[in-house]
Design a protein around this ligand. Structure first.
Ligand code: ADP
Ligand code: MG
Length: 242
């Protein structure tokens, strides 16, 4: 008898692309913000939902190494978030809700190109990759526009472009579609959900976007209260607020 074959991994998912949290608490300024979080996430697309203030953004900062666990351990693709900061920075790209904090250069093209500093690519390769990325985000015509004068939604697109151009193995996006119009929200949803060659953790209030993920997590009052198949979890969440 042939042994059962393991499920075919997603072509874009790097081997060892697992996020593991064990007994994690996070306190900020002496206040407990996350408590007793245990999870093992090997799915390509992970949705994070829950009420305002439930700890979702803190969870993303924890995975990105921006907030340390007060107790417990967090391993992202084999990297301990406290010990492997440099490796974590290379492996993980974080897109925050507020895009202003992430724009570092005067023009759109320069800002996206800035992400490739230290990549070893020569100038021509950088120019080509920036042009390709801007086209993918529908931003080619804004290449020379002043980044700080973009609309909120355009800034959010730019922030995502500047993260994805580095091709991180894990993309963490905290409410990436909140500022976007329907067309741009669909574009970003398509890129994150369908095209990405990376693991994705997406915090969202857009339950349609969450439903397109492989697993969903729900936080409430700093605890991971539900984890599982998105459709069922979202139905329960809707019922809570019916
Ligand atoms: N630096 C901080 N110091 C103290 N409390 C904080 C800090 N950052 C966040 N919090 C609190 O932690 C809770 C969870 O925040 P957050 O993770 O941003 O939630 P969400 O993203 O789900 O809205 C909130 O009550 C917030 O006020
Ligand atoms: Mg938040």
């Amino acid at each position: 008898m042939t042994p059962a074959q393991p499920a075919e991994p997603h072509p874009g998912r790097p081997p060892g692309a697992v996020i593991e949290l064990s007994g994690v608490d996070v306190e900020l300024g002496g206040t407990p913000v996350l408590s007793g979080v245990d999870a093992r996430l090997d799915q390509r697309r992970v949705a994070v939902i829950g009420a305002n203030g439930s700890g979702k953004s803190t969870f993303t900062r924890l995975l990105g190494g921006l907030v340390p666990p007060t107790r417990g351990t967090v391993r992202v693709h084999g990297i301990d978030v406290e010990r492997g900061r440099k490796a974590l920075r290379a492996a993980v790209g974080v897109v925050f809700t507020n895009p202003d904090a992430q724009i570092l250069m005067p023009t759109v093209a320069d800002d996206v190109a800035f992400s490739l500093r230290g990549s070893g690519l020569d100038r021509a390769a950088v120019v080509e990759r920036v042009a390709g990325t801007l086209a993918r985000f529908g931003m080619s015509e804004l290449a020379d526009a002043p980044a700080h004068q973009l609309s909120g939604g355009q800034k959010q697109l730019l922030a995502l472009a500047a993260v994805l151009i580095r091709e991180p193995a894990l993309v963490i996006a905290d409410e990436p579609t909140t500022l976007l119009d329907l067309g741009n929200a669909r574009r970003i949803g398509g890129i994150l959900i369908d095209d990405l060659d990376a693991q994705l953790v997406v915090v969202t209030h857009d339950l349609e976007l969450a439903a397109r993920c492989d697993v969903a997590l729900r936080f409430a009052e700093g605890r991971l209260v539900d984890a599982g198949e998105p459709a069922a979890l979202i139905a329960d969440y809707r019922a809570l607020h019916a």
